[in-house]
Design a protein around this ligand. Structure first.
Ligand code: UDP
Length: 288
């Protein structure tokens, strides 16, 4: 089945295949874990299944508050149908609590709450190690125009507010997260910006609110072990899988997983996405 489909792009944690209809692609979640610009790599059985489910759920929730996303529906344990977009080559990071590269750069103690959420941009370029850039770099280089950037910033802060509340409700602190955006082109040269890629414990820092235990990819980055168990805990708290879990000691409970409901974005394509009338900015990374 997989071999018959045309592979459009393979990234570190996902593969993009041609979709069943024009304007769609299939996003396949791999079990690969990478960190430090892929210098560290491992395959962690079951990670893709959990991320697929968590990402599908979070995208659907964000769409429900009016943030347009690429997500259409989950297809099976590892795949989701999404709208084909042109990825804006900028990673947008929102931070609530100092950790990771911010703590290091500014000499802050990890865990220090920030006076207010802040936003950072990184140019998506593996060869350069995703360097941090500012809004002026983004506009000067034509990676996004001012209207697109404004839209991205406002969606990022809205997503942060919503996700903060959602995670607080299940006893998790949203320390920081990374999101990506894509362009969809309308019939009349109109352009829409939508949330794309994934939001999952691979792209967020999530700490238990009581114990500060890390339930995200830092378990892999820092060699803490228990990555799948941590991701599973996030999925359980989100109500996406039963408490007994679907993966135990690397073994995957097919029977339980097969009973899980598929996640569908009822609002897909119906959210009132805002057209950005503008000159076309320079093309971003192709496909996805
Ligand atoms: N992040 C990501 N992909 C990247 C870089 C960062 O998903 O290529 C996420 C990371 O998981 C964290 C947030 O963005 O939730 C901020 O990461 P940071 O800049 O602290 O970098 P890191 O410590 O991951 O190198």
């Amino acid at each position: 089945m997989l071999n018959r489909r045309r592979k459009l792009y393979e990234g570190k944690a996902k593969i993009i295949y041609e979709g069943p209809e024009p304007g769609t692609v299939i996003q396949y979640f791999k079990d690969d874990a990478t960190a430090f610009n892929a210098q560290k790599h491992d395959v962690i059985s079951g990670k893709g299944i959990l991320n697929n489910r968590i990402a599908a759920h979070l995208m659907t929730r964000l769409e429900s508050i009016g943030i347009p996303t690429h997500f259409i529906k989950s297809l099976n344990m590892r795949e989701q149908l999404v709208r084909s977009v042109e990825i804006v080559p900028v990673e947008v990071v929102v931070r609530n609590i100092a950790a990771g590269s911010l703590a290091k750069r500014l000499g802050l103690k990890e865990g220090t709450p920030l006076p207010r959420p802040l936003i950072e941009f990184y140019y998506k370029n593996d060869e350069l190690g995703d360097p941090m850039v500012n809004d002026d770099h983004i506009m000067a280089m034509g990676w996004a125009d001012p209207y697109e950037l404004e839209e991205m910033i406002s969606m990022a802060f809205r997503a942060n507010d919503y996700l903060n509340g959602l995670f607080a409700g299940i006893n998790l602190q949203l320390v920081d997260f990374k999101i990506e955006f894509g362009r969809i082109f309308g019939e009349y040269g109109d352009v829409y910006i939508v949330l794309a890629d994934e939001i999952s414990p691979d792209t967020c820092r999530l700490w238990d609110a009581q114990t500060n235990e890390k339930l995200d990819k830092d378990r892999f980055r820092l060699d803490l072990g228990g990555l799948v168990e941590a991701y599973q805990e996030v999925a359980v708290r989100l109500g996406l899988i039963p408490r007994e879990g679907i993966i135990k000691e690397g073994d995957f409970n097919e029977e339980l997983a097969a009973q899980l409901e598929t996640i569908e974005n009822e609002m897909a394509g119906r959210t009132n996405i805002r057209s950005i009338k503008r000159m076309r900015a320079k093309k971003g990374t192709p496909v996805v």
